[in-house]
Design a protein around this ligand. Structure first.
Ligand code: ADP
Ligand code: ASP
Ligand code: MG
Length: 405
């Protein structure tokens, strides 16, 4: 008898019919003899709607209250799922993140899991019941309700799988697995049947939102095999697993894109040791996740520093940068929100020089200008204009011969 964690995303539980279809699948898994722990997201676009509602009500949104609001979405799903399971004669019991023993730090809206107690889930399993857990939430060490950041139900699922020693964590979504590019942008994208944690980490980090980055980190650190698959067709999807020594690595596995970041430039920064450190320290203290950083070579005693940050952090980042610029006598601080990142990810890149050159040439042939570049051992990322990013993804997917037809 295996123990599996099954997580269902927003579209998978988007309406009453979907909830009943999922309950039917869970009932089948039980009849097959396996133990199941279920994790659910909020129905459809509920989280976005709650955020809009908050915007309509107030410009001031204390993070604690925002978390209290957003966690309600997943509560609705878990209760309805237990009702649908009862209708299938499956004895199920719902738990909020707090009741499931998911303890986080106190960073509201982006909390990190510190510990998973899970006693009530173990007890429910021992009693032959199916625990249904509200994803995306926990309770802080200060006993406040917290959320784990957008897409956080994936992280809940993997954390529970690790804590309960599950045999696998199945992530059910609205596509049939992880593809060589977002299938909404590249209809010819191919489904990847097997992927290493390392590649999946870079895919998630560079915009492939099919799995939340934190969940992949958790799975790698705790050796939880992930199976990303469809709750519409139920066919086998993509396994994300530890890399095997024999794994034949493709040069480029996936082309990803990300429109969630903005670029900030600080001009005329005096060329002295320690100034970059002060800027990025100040941003880190505001919990801003700085991604790419480019500093130009100084010619006249000053330099420009550009970096990317999540769009939601633009206002606070600009404020931090303007304060510092005034202190040190730097020039302007400019924010550009009309940018996007396009990346190539592939473990085989390590041993194949020339990937970056082909990428830059492909973009040049499309007349797409590159704003910033960064590379790691298995990824190359370019910042381009937002309105050109889909064209960039399609051209690169073709250039690296990833198209299936
Ligand atoms: P869920 O609500 O189930 O968590 P998400 O919307 O978070 O679903 O993630 C699934 C979506 O991720 C897909 O609909 C797809 O458009 C998008 N996506 C982006 N990149 C990829 C990729 N490389 N492979 C598969 N899906 C991707
Ligand atoms: N409902 C949350 C979100 O939309 C969490 C999740 O779906 O994973 O981000
Ligand atoms: Mg998701």
């Amino acid at each position: 008898m295996a123990l599996v964690v099954q997580k269902f995303g927003g579209t998978s539980v988007g309406d009453a019919d979907r909830i009943r279809a999922v309950a039917d699948h869970i009932a089948r898994t039980r009849r097959h003899g396996d133990q199941v722990v279920v994790v659910v997201s909020a129905m459809g676009k509920t989280t976005d709607e709650l955020l809009r509602l908050a915007d309509d009500v107030s410009a001031v949104q204390p993070p604690r209250e925002l978390d209290m609001l957003l966690t309600s979405g997943e509560r609705v799903s878990m209760a309805l799922m237990c009702m649908a399971l009862a209708d299938q004669q499956v004895d199920a019991v719902s738990f909020t993140g707090s009741q499931a023993g998911i303890i986080t730090d106190t960073a509201h809206t982006r909390a990190k899991i510190q510990e998973v107690r899970g006693d009530r889930l173990r007890q429910a399993l021992a009693d032959g019941r199916v625990p249904v857990v509200a994803g995306f939430q926990g309770v802080s060490t200060e006993r406040d309700v917290t959320t784990l950041g957008r897409g956080g139900s994936d992280t809940t699922a993997v954390a529970l799988a690790a804590a309960l020693g599950a045999d696998a964590c199945e992530i059910y979504t609205d596509v049939t697995g992880v593809f060589s590019a977002d299938p909404r942008v590249v209809p010819q994208a191919r489904r990847l049947s097997r992927l290493s944690f390392e590649e999946m980490l870079d895919i998630a980090a560079s915009g492939g939102r099919v799995l939340a980055l934190r969940s992949v980190e958790f799975a790698r650190n705790h050796h939880v095999p992930l199976h990303v698959r469809s709750s519409f067709t139920w066919e086998p999807g993509t396994w994300v697993v530890e890399e095997e020594p024999t794994m034949e690595n493709a040069v480029v596995t996936a082309v990803t894109h990300d429109t969630s970041e903005a670029k900030i430039t600080v001009t005329g920064v005096p060329d002295r040791p320690g100034l970059a450190a002060r800027l990025f320290r100040a941003l880190a203290e505001r919990s801003v996740n700085v991604d790419m950083i480019v500093q130009n070579v100084s010619q006249h005693g000053t330099t420009d520093i550009s970096f990317t940050v999540p769009k939601v952090d633009v206002a606070s980042s600009v404020e931090v940068a303007r304060n510092l610029a005034a202190e040190i006598g730097a020039g302007e601080v400019v924010a550009d929100t009309e940018v996007a990142k396009v990346s190539l990810v592939g473990a085989g890149m390590r041993s194949h020089p020339g990937v970056s050159a082909t990428m830059f040439q492909t973009l040049a042939d499309e007349g797409i200008n590159i704003d910033m570049i960064s590379t790691s051992t298995i990824r190359v990322t370019c910042v381009v204009r937002a309105d050109a990013v889909e064209r960039a993804v399609q051209a690169l997917h073709r250039a690296f011969e990833l198209d299936t037809f």
